[in-house]
Design a protein around this ligand. Structure first.
Ligand code: SF4
Ligand code: SF4
Length: 445
């Protein structure tokens, strides 16, 4: 049966009694068979850590995928275990057998989104999230009212009443995560290299990053230029599709991916640089996302091979811009989609440790997710909050006055968790710290 032929109208499962998965990209049996059930991944899995349930561990979820392939129906309970996974990929790092859980959960999630009949409340929340976050122009419309509410303290007053929490914990979570908005800053379409030009790089400006953290994008472009890159940031670029792809909205993610490939092909750049871990990891996976598309499969492979994280490209080119001191004690937080998904851990640390005066400390249990995970903290506020609280305590234990990370989602989640814990620690993206050091200006954290 093709994936567009599933039966409709039965609560819980579309086509009750039908096998869990259809023939369109089910979780790969070959990848499932790589798992030898050793359990080395268990202690690193945040949901196993929280609940101690086998079916909320990587091994348990792989077992459920196997059961689905063998004909078990897609029950509500099975979907609950898949939904609870953060997609943090800590299990990929921990697995000695090289199980590609990232591919497995992505294939499974697309099946769940097509075949599982969600409740009206779940559908409405997902519709709201995905008609807003991947669209920078719509996010921009929110900026004005949100900034005003923050200025007059209306957002805090609303949070104090607990009203939103009672109506919808998911909406309350969304509200509490909104960062303090500063002034809008636009990255020029072309920023010339300073000194000898060493590369022409395209820059993804993103959606949440562009509208909620414009200072991070501006800092990224300045650092790249200072390191000898001509930076091209096409104004008409859209979402990379990471949020959609990570929750299983496969066709939507593919649509965004094709459009972004077209945009950067026209820009004729050597690399496409990304300062958001989740977006970069997703763009490096276009090769899999579009592998069945005859018009884009080869282009996606070529595109993915040019994608570089911000810290990765600077380390690759070799930093040349002189650094000024920043006298501070910082802790570096690995975003899961940078550390686990892209294996980028040393590059940001080395770049930061090369700044005179900056001490960079390690966070205990660094491999465990902070609970952000794309839109996980909106869809699953309770476990996200608990993971955020644990992360905040670990960060505070370092004694750092500054927390540095490279993902807008982590910045919002950790800031919110630290505030809940009553800890006052400055937060900054890696690019903002490097920019302040190169320009010799005070760090705005
Ligand atoms: S996913 Fe890897 S670490 Fe986890 S049980 Fe399977 S083989 Fe072991
Ligand atoms: S991706 Fe993260 S939450 Fe999901 S099974 Fe792996 S370690 Fe657990």
């Amino acid at each position: 049966m093709g994936h567009d032929q599933v039966q409709l109208g039965i609560p819980g499962v579309r086509g009750e009694g039908q096998p869990a998965f259809d023939a369109h990209r089910p979780p790969s049996k070959e990848l499932i068979d790589d798992c030898v059930h050793c359990g080395f991944c268990l202690t690193t899995c945040p949901t196993y850590n929280l609940w101690g349930e086998e079916m909320d561990s990587p091994r348990g979820r792989i077992h459920l995928m196997q059961a689905g392939l063998e004909g078990s129906p897609l029950t509500d309970s099975m979907v609950g275990h898949f939904d609870a996974c953060l997609g943090c990929m800590a299990c990929v790092t921990a697995c000695p057998s090289g199980v590609q859980y990232d591919r497995l959960i992505e294939q499974t999630r697309a099946q769940v989104e097509r075949r599982h009949d969600r409740t009206p409340k779940e559908k409405a929340l997902r519709a709201a999230i995905f008609s807003l976050f991947p669209y920078p122009k719509r996010l921009r419309l929110l900026r004005g009212p949100l900034r005003l509410a923050q200025k007059v303290g209306a957002d805090r007053a609303l949070a104090k009443t607990g009203l939103l929490e009672r109506i919808s914990p998911e909406l309350a979570s969304m509200q509490s995560l909104a960062p303090q908005l500063g002034k809008a800053e636009k990255v020029p379409e072309r920023t010339p290299a300073i000194g000898e030009r060493r590369a022409v790089v395209g820059m993804l400006t993103g959606c949440v990053q562009r509208e909620f953290f414009p200072g991070v994008n501006a800092a990224t472009a300045r650092v790249l230029a200072a390191e000898g890159c001509e930076v091209i940031a096409p104004a008409r670029q859209g979402c990379c599709g990471a949020l959609s792809t990570h929750v299983g909205r496969e066709e939507e993610g593919q649509r965004f991916a094709r459009a972004l490939i077209d945009t950067f092909s026209e820009a004729a750049v050597d690399y496409v640089v990304v300062n958001s871990a989740g977006c970069g990891s997703s763009m490096k996976e276009y090769v899999h996302l579009l592998s069945d598309d005859p018009a884009y499969a080869d282009r996606a492979r070529e595109f993915s091979s040019r994608v570089r994280d911000f810290a990765e490209i600077i380390a690759e080119l070799g930093p040349v811009a002189p650094r000024h001191p920043i006298n501070a004690v910082a802790a570096y937080h690995d975003a899961c989609h940078l550390g686990h998904a892209q294996g980028i851990r040393n590059q940001p640390r080395e770049l930061l440790r090369a700044i005179p005066g900056l001490e960079v400390r390690e966070i205990p249990d660094a491999e465990i997710c902070c609970g952000s995970a794309g839109v996980y903290n909106i869809l699953n506020p309770e476990p996200a909050k608990e993971l955020g609280d644990r992360k905040a305590a670990n960060i505070a234990s370092t004694g750092a006055e500054l927390l540095i990370t490279a993902n807008p989602g982590c910045l919002m989640q950790v800031a919110n968790s630290l505030e809940r814990a009553g800890k006052s620690i400055g937060m900054a993206h890696t690019a903002v710290v490097l920019d302040a050091s190169i320009r010799g200006v005070p760090l705005e954290a």
